[in-house]
Design a protein around this ligand. Structure first.
Ligand code: CMC
Length: 429
């Protein structure tokens, strides 16, 4: 029997069913509340609202748990390649050898963008932020594939997902090449997903380039750690855009734009800019911890805090350990890593951060690794988008396959002027 809760509203009692998740999370289903009582609920920024049921990712912010399709992030990060994780998120299971080969082949086959699209890059100034270019280019893919995605056509859907995940990498690398005035480097079918991307980013026709296996490994790791995070701002945006039945490319472009913000994926760029500013200012981390506490300053410790994690962010733990390893393997000494560690230590000892349960998040150490691999700072959020795309695709697919899906349309509480009569221009004060 479905559990119910009773909500007393004035003299009436509203019986609401309780929805229980597979990890015993409990939610009160208030879908009928307005129809039965005239009341709506208000929850700005969705602090306490589950917008959907989802079987993709489980996150326990109190215990620092993150699992994709039931698999702990730590195990996936250690044993998988990014393309396997992308398959897992989208199709629900880890691929067997045959499925993986087919998926890899699809990703390899669909890596080129239409030659005409190359000219689009000429229209952007070389100073354009690559996130703006990325979203525009991903949206413009819809002009080349205007056909409706037929949800009953499994094969066509797989190709669409592969197109997106493969082409975003080519677009990202081309955007970078354009910004530095180097020729585009085409994808190579003999290279795996990450190696192919690194080759398009960093090779030039003038000399041979070999992808460093260590760099390829850490690239896989970072993309896996970013691949999904349930109903965050960009994923919710993808779902909301998609719920209007806008096409999948438009939905993904919406996700990229939401991710760009400094409170979301854009924080990885902001972290490095903040660490550089601290370094330039003499390296006094305590000064910046004080500044972050000062509500008048408008300054926040970027890469710190999370809406859901109130203990630690398991992704940050893995990335911090990887940063040390990667830098030493590549023989790089980055003073920013030292500053980041000092800043973390100072913040974690400060009652302001302890009381508010503010810990380093996924963006705090990732930029240090991206820098070590040679990526410019303004490409960091693009790398986040590359990693997050399979998550967005899996949420879009889950939503579209659910026959109960309706257009997303929240209510509001109107606080404006009451009804009044029109005043002709000549009579206005
Ligand atoms: N530095 C200083 N104070 C902070 C910070 C921070 N980074 N984060 C939160 N606080 C304070 C905030 O001022 C508030 O204090 P008070 O209770 O006195 O008003 C309290 O902690 C709660 O913060 P909030 O802003 O109400 O929390 P939220 O859940 O709405 O915001 C957040 C979460 C991630 C946007 C926020 O912690 C933040 O702005 N962090 C810095 C940006 C960042 O690193 N973003 C990446 C997030 S993880 C990856 C991703 O999602 O893309």
């Amino acid at each position: 029997m479905t559990e119910k809760v009773e909500i007393k509203i004035q003299d009436a009692t509203f019986e609401a069913p309780v929805v229980v998740g597979s990890e015993n999370e409990r939610a009160i289903d208030i879908g009928n509340l307005r129809a039965k009582t005239g009341f709506v609920t208000i929850d700005p920024a969705f602090m306490n609202t589950a917008s959907t049921k989802s079987a993709i990712t489980f996150l326990d912010g109190e215990q620092g748990i993150l699992r994709y399709r039931g698999y702990p992030i730590e195990q996936l990060a250690e044993h998988c390649e990014f393309v396997e994780v992308a398959y897992l998120l989208i199709f629900g299971e880890l691929p067997n050898e045959k499925e993986l080969l087919r998926w890899r082949t699809l990703l390899t086959r669909h890596s080129l963008i239409h030659e005409d699209m190359k000219h689009f890059f000429d229209g952007f100034p070389s100073t354009a932020h690559p996130m703006a270019v990325l979203s525009a280019m991903v949206c413009s893919l819809s002009t080349y594939y205007p056909e409706e995605v037929d949800l009953s056509n499994k094969e066509q859907l797989e190709i669409t997902y592969a197109r997106l995940i493969s082409k975003i990498r080519t677009i990202a690398a081309f955007a970078y090449k354009k910004s530095i005035g180097q020729p585009f480097v085409y994808p190579r079918n003999d290279l795996k997903y990450c190696a192919n991307f690194l080759n398009m980013m960093f090779s030039v026709p003038a000399e041979p380039y070999t992808v460093d296996p260590e760099t390829e490994k850490v690239m896989n790791l970072l993309l896996i750690l970013h691949a999904d995070h349930e109903q965050n701002c960009s994923t919710s945006t993808v779902r909301l855009v998609g719920s209007s039945r806008a096409n999948i490319f438009a939905s993904m472009a919406g996700g990229i734009l939401a991710l760009w913000g400094p409170l979301h994926g854009g924080a990885n760029q902001e972290v490095i800019e903040m660490l550089e500013a601290i370094q330039k200012d003499g390296g006094d981390v305590k000064k910046y911890v004080e500044l972050a506490k000062d509500k008048k300053s408008n300054f926040r410790l970027m890469g710190f805090g999370h809406r859901v994690y109130k203990n630690f962010d398991p992704r940050a733990k893995i990335i911090k350990a990887a940063a040390d390893k990667v830098l030493s393997k590549l023989g790089i000494e980055d003073p920013l890593l030292g500053i980041a560690k000092q800043l973390e230590e100072a913040a974690l000892q400060d009652p302001y951060f302890v009381e508010r349960k503010l810990y380093p998040n996924v963006d705090f150490y990732s930029g240090i690794i991206y820098r070590a691999l040679g990526f410019p700072t303004n490409m960091f959020t693009v790398l986040f988008a590359l990693g997050r795309l399979p998550g967005w695709v899996s949420h879009w697919k889950e939503m579209m396959e659910d026959p109960t899906t309706k257009i997303g349309r929240p209510r509001q509480i109107y606080t404006g002027a009451p009804a009044r009569d029109f005043v002709p221009l000549a009579k206005r004060a």
